[in-house]
Design a protein around this ligand. Structure first.
Ligand code: NAD
Ligand code: DAU
Length: 359
């Protein structure tokens, strides 16, 4: 079986859907169910014999140790994190606690478990030390910011995180790297660009824009809107993770990206135009009229871009969606799942929106 942390969040739940649909291997999911974790994302699997969910914190080493010893997974996929940059700027404590300390606790529990595994495989369902994998899901943000003419980040670009979130993710990457180098734990790190797709919490740019557009609210663009992100459809990310898990070389990092660098303003224009076609405003006019420029994010990174030649060459991974096809799928999903959106945009969500964007 495979042990997944953070499986009730955006990317984790998309990975669970992919795995449950395309593999026969059972999953054990550990998730704290913070504001970003939602069991509704996984509800279709709740009675499935290959699906096991435990609510818990990656900082709870005793719980993790127990789960590892009891379920004997052949791999741990570590998605759990505090993931929103603006929240990290408003308060970094949870980011340090989960992304840094939590990753440390998880690594230590996994190391103890891995140390107890046999050197050779005793039977078909038993993991062994050489075949075990710890895969850590990370981000392109660890490298800091690029100027327009810089080449994309490669796996050897020095780390230079600029905000509390990316600093905490960098720290966790360094811990994972060190646990391989010092203890020999068979680790893999993936660094990915901006994901979008179904089940993304509407604090992140694309689902926030969809939610606000449909609600007739302003579409807030930070600063001049010329910051560049590389957009990747979430299922392409999940397929890349599955490939790295299967054939990635222990101790290595792999870059994952969509090769779709776009300024934020282009993203919002594209989305407004698509909405105008698929879901015209009842009041007439274009959704573009709702675009509002707001104060910039402090320390806002100007551009991210990923050199993905390593994963293409070694693991034959390529994204299947382009931004147009991925955005259409995403928009269709949100239009069909307005109930899902209304469940998570109550209470705590409204508090965050009020605190961050003002009343
Ligand atoms: P998310 O915020 O949607 O989900 C995070 C999940 O982790 C939630 O289900 C939450 O409940 C859980 N969690 C948080 N703290 C926990 C703890 N202490 N113990 C157990 N569970 C905990 O995040 P996401 O967008 O799905 O990102 C998943 C991973 O991918 C993160 O590590 C993130 O840094 C990385 N990543 C995200 C993107 C992106 O564009 N979203 C891009 C690159 C990398
Ligand atoms: O690059 C990978 C990272 O992508 C992940 O590691 C993070 O977990 C994920 O949150 C994401 O970080 P970003 O900060 O790039 O994503 P976000 O959706 O918050 O913002 C995307 C861009 O849009 C960024 O330049 C900020 C801008 N933005 C965002 C919001 C929420 C706006 O202009 N207005 C907004 O209201």
């Amino acid at each position: 079986m495979i042990f997944i942390t953070g499986g009730a969040g955006f990317i984790g739940s998309n990975f669970v859907h992919l795995w449950m649909n395309e593999s026969t291997e059972p999953l054990l999911i550990l998730d704290k169910l913070t504001y970003a974790g939602n069991l509704e994302n996984l509800s279709e699997w709740r009675h499935h014999p290959r699906y096991h969910f435990v609510q818990g914190d990656i900082n709870d080493r005793a719980l993790i140790q127990h789960l590892l010893n009891h379920h004997t997974p052949r791999a741990v996929l570590h998605f759990a994190a505090e993931s929103h940059v603006d929240r990290s700027i408003a308060g970094a404590a949870d980011f340090i606690q989960t992304n840094v300390t939590g990753t440390f606790q998880l690594l230590e529990a996994v190391r103890a478990y891995w140390n107890g595994l046999p050197e050779t495989v005793p039977g078909p369902d038993h993991p062994s030390r050489p075949h075990f994998r710890f895969l850590h899901v990370s981000t392109d943000e660890v490298y800091g910011s690029l100027s327009p003419s810089d080449p994309p980040f490669s796996e050897t670009t020095p780390y230079a995180p600029n905000n509390p979130y990316s600093a905490s993710k960098s720290a966790s990457d360094h811990l994972v790297r060190a646990w391989h180098h010092t203890y020999g734990l068979p680790t893999l790190i993936t660094n990915c660009s901006n994901n979008y797709g179904p089940y993304q919490f509407p604090e992140k740019l694309i689902p926030l824009l969809i939610h606000n557009a449909l609600a007739g609210k302003p579409l807030p663009i930070y600063g001049d809107g010329q910051q560049i992100r590389d957009w990747l459809f979430v299922t392409d990310h999940c397929r890349a993770i599955a490939k790295v898990l299967k054939a990635g070389r222990p101790g290595e990092s792999y870059h994952i990206g969509g090769a779709h660098e776009l300024p934020n303003l282009t993203v919002v224009h594209t989305l407004c135009d698509l909405l105008d076609t698929l879901h015209p405003r009842k009041t007439g006019g274009s959704y573009r009229e709702q675009i509002t420029f707001v104060a910039d994010r402090p320390g806002h990174d100007r551009r991210y871009a990923m050199d993905t030649r390593k994963i293409q060459r070694e693991l034959d991974w390529h994204p299947l969606e382009n931004f147009d096809s991925g955005l259409r799928k995403t928009l269709a999903w949100y239009l069909q799942h307005q109930e899902w959106v209304s469940h998570i945009t109550s209470g705590a969500y409204r508090e965050w929106i009020k605190q961050h964007y003002g009343p």
